[in-house]
Design a protein around this ligand. Structure first.
Ligand code: URP
Ligand code: ZN
Ligand code: ZN
Length: 469
């Protein structure tokens, strides 16, 4: 009889293309056999009545990212990846922020030191280009791409982070020659500043004004511009955290012109609206993120994008700040303006249950589409496929076993991140990942944490093929 290190028996397996009944044999951290009625002397997990899916890959999370004077992110690698694994994820991709005037390597060394020995999931890093110096663009990024740092995020908004069009073009050009993948945060900073000044002058300083000063037009224009710059530079592009139908139209039009565009949306654009920023007193700050949640029509548009393929990626944009904390959301209250509220909300643990419940269980998408949106497309976009993101011979044994009959109400008290609230508090979901396996190690078993921090490892990413001209 064959002996596997672990066998998963009797589950319904789904990949991005197929759904089938089979057993999975795991050895040395990888999937070595998939078949009917496998036999093993080793440990077996009975997955009868459950779905066996690739572990989620959340390719857009912020962990331990410097966030400005007096502001501290609520999650470090330990709490952020602990929360991620409880939510059915086995890989997360946080952002390493280049400090202005400093080499990217320096930031990376510090970021690796924070992650080392602390992770419950595997991690792979994106780089945030905040200071596109000649040295960074001319030398450093190509060396880093070859070393496994194959994706860059650029911002069109945020003081201290935004790049101008010339800088974005230069960064896209580097991506073209190195095969790196560029993610763009599309909001027009000058238009936002204009609107902030107008609202503050009118005394409109409560959290709700955050949404009013970042309207759809701000995102639509920047999305159009980012896509145009990518077209001019002749390079694929990822448009992250798309919140509405008008920005989606820009993506569809650019694709029709022949541009390779990957589109990403997030739970907040399906589940929240700008009305949530109205909460009593300063409570609306709990929902402040950029782009902001919109309205019911935009939610419906985003669902359409999930269903029809405008979106390839469903990520959390987990960016947690504590609410009852001067170093978090309440920092801005004393400063009398929504402008100072740290942007970002938690969601790495609830991303997949929300998509499963609202998407699969409500019949909007099928299981293969769920797998594509939650894992496979992330691995393909960011150079981790086929080692990650699928169930196949030789792939890492990163698996989430879902109980589709389990109904839970989301309560922050039951979650595992470092924030003190969930924007999805009280929402009922059906379907939850009850057992999660990372590289053949059972990290979560029937909802109980068995894994140890440090079992998650850093994984370098591969670049795209580079065109010969
Ligand atoms: O508000 C957000 N999305 N904060 C996270 C940073 C970013 O722009 O992704
Ligand atoms: Zn962003
Ligand atoms: Zn983000």
């Amino acid at each position: 009889m064959t002996t596997f290190d672990l066998m998963i028996r009797g589950g319904t397996i789904a990949t991005a293309s197929d759904v089938f009944q089979a057993d999975i044999g795991i050895r040395d951290g990888r999937i070595v056999q998939i078949g009917e009625r496998l036999a093993s002397d080793g440990p077996v997990i009975d997955a009868t009545g459950k779905y066996v899916l690739p572990g989620g890959i959340d390719s857009h999370v912020h962990i331990s990212q410097p966030s400005g004077d007096g502001i501290v992110m609520a999650d470090d690698f330990e709490s952020g990846t602990r929360s991620a694994i409880f939510g059915g994820n086995t890989t997360v991709m946080p952002f390493c922020l280049q400090e202005k005037g400093r080499p990217m390597r320096e930031a990376l060394n510090a970021y690796h030191a924070l992650a080392e020995g602390s992770c419950y999931t595997d991690v792979s890093f994106h780089l945030i280009v905040s200071d596109p110096t000649d040295t960074l663009l001319g030398q450093e990024l190509s060396a880093l791409a070859a070393d496994g740092y194959a994706s860059l995020k650029v911002f069109m908004t945020y003081e201290g982070l935004r790049l101008n069009d010339a800088e974005i073009l230069k960064t896209l050009d580097v991506a073209r020659s190195t095969g790196a993948t560029v993610m763009v945060h599309c909001e027009n900073e000058d238009a936002i500043r204009f609107l902030i000044a107008r609202h503050e002058a009118a005394g409109d300083v409560a959290p709700r004004a955050h949404a009013a000063t970042r309207p759809v037009a701000v995102e639509r224009e920047a999305t159009h511009r980012a896509l145009t710059l990518a077209e001019i530079a002749d390079v694929p592009i990822v448009i992250v955290h798309v919140s509405n139908g008008e920005a989606m139209e820009e993506i569809s039009r650019a694709r029709a012109r022949g541009l390779k565009v990957v589109g990403e949306t997030c739970p907040q654009y399906l589940m929240l609206t700008a009305d949530d920023l109205d909460g009593m007193d300063w409570e609306g700050a709990k929902f402040v993120c950029s782009p902001p949640p919109r309205d019911k029509a935009a939610q419906a548009d985003c669902w359409r994008g999930i269903e029809t393929g405008v979106f390839d990626l469903f990520s959390s944009d987990h960016c947690p700040f504590r609410y009852e904390d001067e170093r978090g959301k309440l920092n801005a209250k004393g400063r009398q303006s929504f402008r100072h509220i740290p942007n970002g909300i938690p969601g790495v643990e609830t991303r997949l249950p929300i998509l499963f419940s609202e998407g699969v269980m409500k019949g909007r998408i099928d299981l293969p589409r769920f797998v594509a949106l939650s894992a496979t497309n992330h691995a393909k976009t960011y150079g981790l496929y086929p080692q990650k993101g699928t169930i196949g011979i030789g792939a890492d044994a990163d698996l989430a076993i879902w109980d589709p009959s389990l109904t839970r109400r989301i309560r922050h008290a039951d979650l595992h991140d470092g924030a003190d609230y969930s924007p999805y508090e009280g929402i009922e979901v059906t379907g939850w990942p009850t057992t999660v396996i990372l590289g053949g190690h059972v990290m979560i078993r029937d909802g109980e944490l068995l894994g140890r921090k440090g079992q998650g490892r850093y994984r370098p990413a591969r670049t795209r093929p580079v065109p010969s001209t």
